[in-house]
Design a protein around this ligand. Structure first.
Ligand code: SF4
Ligand code: SF4
Length: 259
C-alpha cells in the first residue's frame, strides 16, 4: 500500500503497452496506433484491430462486422471497470484497450440501489482486502481523511464489490468520487503548505533585511565616531605644532637681542 510495484522490482504491463514500448524504444516509432479488442454479444465478428489513435469507435465496430440490432451499450474497457460511452463517434485514445458492444442480456441496466444490509459480501470479494461497505458510508459523507485512513487509495476499481452487492449499490462510482475528493483535498493541502512556506520565507527575508539595515547603521555610527576622533587628533596635533613653532621663534628672538 502507498508504494509502486516498481519499488518491489515488479513491472506489470499488458500486451498492447509492451508492444508499444518495443515500437518506441527499439524501432523509434511514436505511438500512433493501438491494439483494441472489439467484442461483446452485440458485435457481428469480434476481433482485435490495430486502430489509429483518433479513429471513432463506430469505425472499429464496422471493422468487426458492425453492431447487431440488439446493441444497448458501448463500453470502453471491460464489463467491470469500463466506462459507458454515450456516442460511437468517441475516438480511440492511448488508453483504449477494449470496446465492449453489449446487449441488455450481457450488461443489464443497473437496478435501483437499496440500503446496505451489511452482509459483508463486498468485503469478501475485495481483492485489495478493503472494507467497501465502510468506504461507502464515508464516501457518502465526503469524509476524505477517513477514506484515506481506510485505504481507498488502494482500491483498484475492479468492480468486484459492486458486482456481488445484493443491494445493487454502485460502489465504484462512490469510490471514484471519493478518490477525486481525496485528490482535491491533497491539492488544497499542497497549495496551503506552499502558501505557508512563502509566508515564512517572506518573514525571514524581512527580518534579515532589517538586521542588515541595523548593522549598516551601526557601522556608519562607528565610522562617524572614529572619523570625529581622528579629526580631533589632527586639530590637536596642528595646534601643538603651531605652539612649538611659536615657542621656537620666540626663543630665537631672545638670542638675537642678547647678541
Ligand atoms: S455487499 Fe452491498 S449490501 Fe452487502 S455490505 Fe457490501 S455494500 Fe452493503
Ligand atoms: S472496487 Fe475497490 S473496494 Fe471494490 S472490490 Fe475492487 S478493490 Fe475492493
Amino acid at each position: 500500500a502507498g508504494d509502486l510495484p516498481t519499488t518491489l522490482g515488479i513491472l506489470c504491463q499488458n500486451v498492447g503497452t509492451a508492444e508499444a514500448v518495443h515500437r518506441a524504444a527499439v524501432e523509434g516509432r511514436a505511438l500512433t496506433h493501438r491494439y483494441v479488442t472489439v467484442t461483446g454479444d452485440a458485435v457481428a465478428d469480434p476481433r482485435v484491430v490495430l486502430a489509429p489513435l483518433g479513429a471513432p469507435f463506430s469505425d472499429l465496430l464496422a471493422a468487426a462486422g458492425g453492431a447487431t440490432p440488439g446493441l444497448d451499450r458501448l463500453i470502453m474497457g471491460g464489463p467491470m471497470m469500463g466506462f459507458t460511452v454515450a456516442d460511437p463517434a468517441v475516438p480511440v485514445v492511448a488508453a483504449t484497450n477494449c470496446i465492449l458492444a453489449a446487449t441488455t442480456a450481457l450488461c443489464p441496466p443497473p437496478q435501483p440501489a437499496l440500503p446496505c444490509i451489511r452482509c459483508g459480501a463486498c468485503a469478501e470479494a475485495c481483492p485489495a482486502s478493503l472494507q467497501p461497505q465502510q468506504l461507502y458510508w464515508h464516501a457518502r459523507g465526503g469524509e476524505v481523511d477517513t477514506l484515506a485512513a481506510l485505504g481507498l487509495g488502494d482500491c483498484i476499481e475492479c468492480g468486484a464489490c459492486a458486482y456481488v452487492c445484493p443491494s445493487h449499490i454502485p460502489l465504484i462510482q462512490y469510490f471514484r468520487h471519493g478518490k477525486a475528493e481525496m485528490a482535491d483535498a491533497r491539492q488544497a493541502r499542497t497549495i496551503a503548505e506552499r502558501a505557508r512556506e512563502r509566508y515564512e520565507a517572506r518573514q525571514a527575508r524581512l527580518a534579515r533585511e532589517a538586521e542588515e539595515r541595523r548593522q549598516r547603521r551601526e557601522q556608519k555610527k562607528a565610522q562617524a565616531r572614529s572619523g570625529g576622533d581622528a579629526r580631533k587628533a589632527a586639530v590637536a596635533a596642528a595646534l601643538e605644532k603651531r605652539r612649538r613653532r611659536r615657542g621656537t621663534a620666540e626663543s630665537d628672538g631672545d638670542d638675537g637681542d642678547r647678541s
